[in-house]
Design a protein around this ligand. Sequence first.
Ligand SMILES: [Zn+2]
Length: 249
Amino acid sequence: MSDLLARARTPELSGGQMLLIPVGSTEQHGPHLPLGMDTVIAQAVAHRAADVMRDGGVDVLIAPALAYGASGEHQHFAGTMSIGLEALQHLLVELVRSAGSWAGRCVFVNGHGGNVPAVAAAVRQLRFEGHDVGWAACAPTPERDGAPIDSHAGRIETSLALILAPDDVRPDRAEAGALEPLSALLSRMRIGGVASVSPNGVLGDPSGASAQEGLRLLWSMAGDVVSSVLAWAPDGQGRLCDERRKVVA
Ligand SMILES: [Zn+2]
């Protein structure tokens, strides 16, 4: 049977299957990348992680991806559709309360950094209620992967787009945005959003991006999700981390 929940039939759900739930966003990704980028990445990472785990004998299903997240910081840019942190948290809680009646462990595979407070709060609440749930991030480890640190529509996401959604990339429109580290931009961004620090919506520099790098980043992230899920050691925020990789990072 398919590992996609949306294509499965009820009698095939034996109960106890692990459920990966990709969580994305619909938000501006600069002048050159599509708005659904985070959802595409979360789905792709979940699919590859599921493939690896199934090969290892883990019974795992992938839920339909959530294409809306908390993207208020991008609201100045057309196309952004945000449901905000509170609604996202409630939605994630209800999804696992429902799936928890038939599924085994549930894992949110999060593709958008702005979702983290809601994902973490939802997982904390669900774990308090007794659900076996955690979350993992689609986050490359730059030290290991050799990519520069860039947080939005820069080289990392452009490389991933070139492998996952090549028809939707406009390389001729790619341009650098804010180049300071995210930590230096956050206080201004909290007040004025991304537009106040980067008029083109990019945080980073897409130059140097390649499909080859995207493929490597994709498998690196999927590998991190697999090792974190198999280790199953949620931290205080419910995030699943591989202890070995924590040392490296
Ligand atoms: Zn993104």
